[in-house]
Design a protein around this ligand. Sequence first.
Ligand SMILES: [Zn+2]
Length: 139
Amino acid sequence: MTAYGKPLPVPDADSRHFWAGCRSHRLLLQRCRSCGTHRFPAGALCPACRSREADWIESRGRGTVFSWITVRHPVPRDVYAADVPYVVALVDLEEGVRMATNIVGCAPEEVTAGMPVEVAFEDVTAEISLPRFRPAAGR
Ligand SMILES: [Zn+2]
């Protein structure tokens, strides 16, 4: 695999399981053991009830576009120049969490609010796979 050259996530104690899941193409979320609230990004405390107890569950990987922008001016120019235009979006997953991501698999002008999307993992290095979203099949 050639050098990726772009910023990469650095898994920490909270996000390690999430990134390991991505590597195996499974979108993992924390679910509070006390109140059942899903949470993303991963953290030590439930934002709803402050419990420290959580389980990891596999998301269905489906959601809808909440909002998005189309990047047309690459910053930094050298590493993103070949990618523009591309879409940076907020996707609301069925589990109730909102995730910043990219929309792939369609032209930027095809993206609409509420568009059904599904996760599509991209293996960018030997260790890191990024969860992006594409238009959902059968929509
Ligand atoms: Zn909770």
